[in-house]
Design a protein around this ligand. Structure first.
Ligand code: RTP
Ligand code: MG
Length: 139
C-alpha cells in the first residue's frame, strides 16, 4: 500500500551538511520526498513532538538537541513507507544499526542519531499535520 511517513533530518546531521547525502539514501531506497522544509524548532514544538518521551531521563537532552540547530522536516511517500523508512534509518542506537542504514553511516550516538521517522501510520498522520498542510504535499 502506498503510504506517507514523516521524517526529520536532525541537527547533528544538518550541522555536518549531510542533508543531501541522507536524501540520496532515502531516494535510493525508493521513497519519494513529496514535501520538505528547513526549520528551527522552538522548544515548545520539540516538547510537543516528543511528548511521549516526557517522563524518560533523556527528554531534556533530546529537546535541547532538537532545538540546537535547524532541522529538515519531510514527508516521504512510497510502498509501505512507514516500515520502509524505519528500515532505511536503522536501529535507534547506531552501534546496533545494520550496514547501509542512515544511522549506521551518519549517526554520532543514540541521542544524536541523524534522523527521525514515524513509528506507525497513525503517528505519521499526526506528525505530518504538525508541520504541513495538505496543499504543501505534492505527490
Ligand atoms: P525517533 O523517534 O527519533 O525516530 O527515534 P526512535 O523511534 O528510533 O527512538 P525513540 O525510542 O522514539 O527515541 C526518540 C529519540 O530519543 C533519543 N534517545 N536518546 N539517550 C538515550 O538513551 C536515548 N534514547 C533515545 C534519540 O534521539 C531517539 O531517536
Ligand atoms: Mg520514535
Amino acid at each position: 500500500m502506498t503510504e506517507r511517513t514523516f521524517s526529520i533530518i536532525k541537527p547533528d546531521a544538518t550541522r555536518r551538511n549531510l542533508t543531501g547525502k541522507i536524501n540520496a539514501v532515502i531516494e535510493d531506497a525508493g521513497l519519494r520526498i513529496v514535501a520538505q522544509r528547513r526549520v528551527k524548532l522552538t522548544t515548545d514544538q520539540a516538547k510537543t513532538f516528543y511528548a511521549v518521551h516526557a517522563e524518560r531521563p533523556f527528554y531534556g537532552e533530546l529537546v535541547e538537541q532538537m532545538t540546537a540547530e535547524p532541522v529538515v522536516v519531510q514527508v516521504l511517500e512510497g510502498e509501505n513507507a512507514v516500515a520502509r523508512y524505519r528500515e532505511v534509518m536503522g536501529a535507534t542506537n547506531p552501534e546496533q544499526a545494520a550496514e547501509g542504514t542512515i544511522r549506521k553511516q551518519f549517526a554520532l550516538s543514540i541521542g544524536e542519531n541523524s534522523v527521525h521517522g514515524s513509528d506507525s501510520l497513525e503517528n505519521a498522520k499526526i506528525e505530518i499535520e504538525q508541520f504541513f498542510t495538505e496543499d504543501q504535499i505534492v505527490g
